[in-house]
Design a binder for this molecule. Structure first.
Ligand SMILES: [Zn+2]
Length: 309
């Protein structure tokens, strides 16, 4: 089953050939039909309430401030160049940019709930990329201030000639099952001692395959041995730049040993209980909503939409 999760589905043509053409890119940065998406302290400009949309500005609207602010080329949409501009240094951007009464800067997770899927995908690219620029101003090798190239797809170090590229951090997220039960956990911290449970997850280490990360994380967090692992789908998660790689895995053992530094609780839940929870009929088990890939890993297994191991 094909899923296009929230934050995936970005329709932008990232136009790599154009990124390498600095003269044309500069001209597009001044072109009257080019569009600019302002982001303030990693909050995105949106207009409207129940069905919100991104607040794109024209070059005339951004001309007075854009020259001094970090601007990255997002890509082409219907042949039109789209850019993101980081307006964080402006103290009151709604006032100073005169963005209109129904415009606000919204946290990207909240914004994604009211934007359509394509625009949420653009938000993911914008947030991760602007955040990467904010934290890679200097070369990690020699400390020289880096220069933006290729419309924001490269930061080049004039000191040691090293190029840095926007990073994506892979995270394995896995629903482990055993017969008619699935393994759900509660992280130590914010959600501890609530009724909220989710699929286990963890960053993939360097030099580690996805399947290996799945098996390692589940063994570390829950003491469960996992055999077969199957890929399900993936989701960009721009907080700040993760790629959630969703898998189902088959447990070959069932005795749980919890790593209490990471997890507040890990339990087996039977399919009927999980279905009741998905249908909103249980107070003692709440699982993630449809915005999160974890929901779809759980839902597809519970409703028999993935082949059993
Ligand atoms: Zn350097």
């Amino acid at each position: 089953m094909a899923h296009v999760h929230t934050f995936a589905g970005n329709p932008m043509d990232r136009a790599d050939a154009l990124r390498r053409d600095s003269i044309r890119l500069e001209a597009l940065g001044r072109a009257p039909d080019s569009r600019f998406l302002p982001m303030w302290k990693l909050n995105v400009a949106i207009a409207g309430e129940t069905q919100a949309c991104l607040k794109w500005l024209s070059v005339h609207e951004v001309a007075s401030f854009q020259a001094d602010l970090p601007t990255v080329f997002l890509g082409l949409l219907e042949g039109i160049a789209h850019f993101a501009v980081d307006v964080s240094v402006i103290e009151s951007p709604l006032v100073e940019l005169d963005l209109g009464e129904d415009v606000k800067f919204e946290d990207c997770r909240t914004a994604a709930m009211t934007l359509d899927g394509a625009e949420a995908g653009i938000v993911a690219q914008t947030r991760s990329q602007l955040n990467w620029h904010r934290s890679h101003l200097y070369c990690g090798s020699c400390g020289t201030e880096t220069q933006v190239m290729r419309g924001g797809h490269v930061r080049h170090c004039p000191g040691c000639e090293r190029d840095q590229f926007p990073r994506t951090d892979p995270v394995a997220i896995m629903l482990i099952t055993h017969d008619d039960q699935c393994l759900l956990g509660q992280s130590a911290g914010r959600m501890a001692a609530s009724s909220f449970y989710s699929a286990l997850a963890g960053f993939i280490d360097q030099g580690e395959a996805i399947e290996e990360a799945v098996r390692r994380e589940v063994q570390e967090e829950a003491g469960i041995i996992v055999g077969e692992v199957r890929y399900h789908s993936s989701q960009p998660w721009p907080f700040p730049s993760s790629l959630m790689i969703g898998c189902h895995g088959q447990a070959t053992t069932t005795d749980i040993v919890i790593d209490t530094t990471e997890m507040a609780d890990v339990r087996w839940f039977d399919r009927a209980t999980v279905i009741e929870s998905l249908d909103g009929r249980r107070d003692d088990l709440r699982v993630p909503g449809a915005m999160a890939i974890a929901h779809h890993l759980i839902n597809d297994w519970a409703r028999g939409r993935v082949a059993p191991f």
